[in-house]
Structure formats: C-alpha cells, structure tokens
Design a protein around this ligand. Sequence first.
Ligand code: FAD
Ligand code: UDP
Length: 371
Amino acid sequence: MMQNHKYDYLIVGSGLFGATFAHEMTKAGKTCFVIDKRDHLGGNIYCKEIEGINVHWYGAHIFHTNDKYLWDYVNQFAEFNRYTNSPIANYKGELYNLPFNMNTFYKLWGTKTPKEAKEKIAKQVEHLNIENPKNLEEQALKLVGTDIYEKLIKYYTEKQWGKKATDLPAFIIKRLPVRFTYDNNYFNDKYQGIPIGGYNKIINGLLDGIEVKLNTDFFENRSYYQNIARKIVFTGKIDRYFDNCFGELDYRSLTYEVEVHDTENYQGNAVMNFTDAETPYTRIYEHKHFEFGTQQKTVITREYPVKNTKNAEPYYPVNDERNNSILKKYQNLAAEEENTIFGGRLAEYKYYDMHQVIASALTKAKYELRK
Ligand code: FAD
Ligand code: UDP
C-alpha cells in the first residue's frame, strides 16, 4: 500500500549540504522539511554577531573555488568582498608568511630567487631519498625541506590531529600551496571572498520559504521522522545512522574560546597559526578582518584541537586506512538504503570545503530530479 507522506524530503541538517539540497528541490516543486539538532541554522558556517562583528562560530570560513558556476551560485544569495586569506604562522614568536612561498623562504634562509629557494629545499632532503611519500611527514619534507617541516608543519599537524605526522595521510598537507613567487594567498582558486554580512545570508537565502525546525535531533524520534517524508536526506554522521554497527569512525574535534577585547586591532590579521608544540591552541582568529571591520572593539577566537569525545562536535573526518575501510562497509549499507540520500562532510566522511559540499548537493539533487 502506498503511504501518504507529509513531505517529499525530510532533510536532517541545515548545513550547506542540507540547505542547498532543500533549495534545489523546492525550486523544482518538491516539499521539504529541514530539521537540525542545533539551535541555529547553517551547520558549521553559522556566524554569530557580537559587537557588530560577524563571528565565525565554528572556525574561520573563507569561500574559494575555481568553478565559475559555484561562484555565481553563492553570489545569488550574498555579495562577496575581496578578502584574500593570508595567514601568519607564529613559531615561538617568530612570524612567517603562509602558505609556503618566497616570503617564507626569504625570512627563513635569506634566499632571494626561486632557484636559490629550490636548491635549499633540495639540499635539505636529498639524503632522505623520498620517491613516493607514504605519509604526511614524508610528503611535507619532500615539498618544503626540513626547516619548514620542523618550524611550520610538524607540531601544528600533530596538535591538530592528535597523531604523529608519520601516521597521517599525505593528502592533508597537499591542501596547502607551495609557491616560488612572493604571493601570500592561501588558496590557488580563481574566486575567493567572504559574504558581506556573513554566511547566515547564504543559508537564509537557500532556505527561504522552507519549513525548518531547530533543536530537533533525528535520533530522538527516529521512527516518527523516518516516516514523515518520502525520502530522507541525511547529513549527520554516517556511522551513527547505522547505529555504529561496524564500529565508530574517528573524528577530530575542536573547542573554541571567544573573547571580546576593548581594542580596535588585536593581531593585525584575520588568522594567526601557532605552529609550536607548547601553545595549546592552533589558531587565533580576529573576525573583524574578514570584513575589513572598523568597529571600536574586536572579537577573537582561540581554536583548540581536542579528542572527539561523546559530546564533542565531529569537525574533521580522519581519512586514514582504518577509518576508510570501516567507511566502505557503511557505504555498502548506504547504497542499499533506497529512501535515504547521504550527503555532506559527515555523511560522506570527506574532508570537504564549502564549494565541494555545494557541488555534491547540486549533483545529488540533479540526479534525484532526473530519476
Ligand atoms: P555541517 O555544516 O556539519 O552541517 C551538518 C548539520 O547537520 C549540522 O547543523 C548538525 O547540527 C546537523 N545534524 C547532524 N546530526 C543531526 C541529527 N542527528 N539530527 C539533526 N541534525 C543533525 N570550508 C571552506 O570552504 N573554507 C574554509 O575556510 C573552511 N574552514 C573550515 C574551518 C573549520 C574549523 C571547519 C571544521 C571546517 C571548515 N570548512 C571550510 C569546511 C566547511 O565547514 C564544510 O565544508 C561545510 O560547512 C560542511 O557542510 P555540511 O552541510 O556537510 O555539514
Ligand atoms: N598545516 C600546517 N601548518 C600550518 C597550517 C596547516 O602544518 O600552519 C597542515 C596541517 O596538517 C593541517 C593541514 O596543513 O591539518 C591543512 O591545513 P588547512 O589550513 O587547510 O586546515 P583546515 O583549515 O582545514 O583546518
């Protein structure tokens, strides 16, 4: 017997994946209902206004993409400013430009030409004979040599992930450009910026006219929510969806310490990375600089990496061999769930940036509409 469902789609999670999917389906005439266990929309791109400043509540978010279609897509909902991310690394009080570029090399070694810098790196690693890097440490050494690895990568990485760099996959460090030009832009993409007025504008635009319910955990009333719609779009943890039947996937978590300072400018830059082992936090964000703010006060956030305990937010998937093999088993189960679509950083268990999450949601929505 056909069941009469109230909605076409129940969307679990109002982050970028859920909101984009809901937007596309609503545009195509489907009915959507979005629930989120948090008390606000937007998942990890949510901004909270403090002292007239948009505070990136779950860590700094800089939108960047090479894809003109995705850039135009987000620009429908907000105008973007010209912010270019250029973090500063602070190693025991010594400051270096990031990503690794001619400014970094000059400060470290006094090298002035790309040739000199390349020779310096090659000399540092020639005796290591790294052909195919097997882990993050080998990959980093091959790319930038021992000095940069020691001062700017090793300890930051080990704090961030709570593991030895030799136990981490190489791809993580390949996110960062290594450039032989004097260019401090953290990203290589053609398009980059911060939505003027904050990320909430994007989420509110995507979810405009769509029914949403906050403070609502899918698992607290699963049997009810399972039957409320023809299909479910699930953007929470994939292991939890299947009752952790193959074991729990590892996630890396973070905690945040937010402070208001009665000064106009605290650190002179939006992002400062602390790359030594002793400082317990990895980054300090000064949020006003994302939007060139001129407020009298400033708001900073210290970001501390922490173990993913039961109540901690699962921010980063840990795509090492163990977790990827557990993930495969969950993906096999997911493929059999005809009425559930899994999407986003937690349900796909991928280290996705925002543009990749939107691309994934658009692809899955298109596929769904074609069926
Ligand atoms: P999320 O934003 O995590 O949304 C999932 C939502 O589902 C959450 O709101 C959650 O509350 C809800 N949910 C989960 N389980 C349930 C349940 N059982 N019931 C109800 N609701 C549930 N990307 C960039 O492009 N640039 C950056 O600079 C950048 N910086 C980042 C910095 C940090 C510290 C982090 C952690 C990520 C960063 N990202 C960045 C990545 C970006 O945050 C993600 O790509 C994107 O926000 C993921 O969207 P999502 O919808 O997949 O997941
Ligand atoms: N990383 C580093 N030193 C830095 C910044 C980054 O070693 O100053 C390494 C670290 O392993 C980190 C990875 O590069 O996990 C990716 O950095 P990114 O800034 O992209 O991390 P995210 O913003 O996603 O936390």
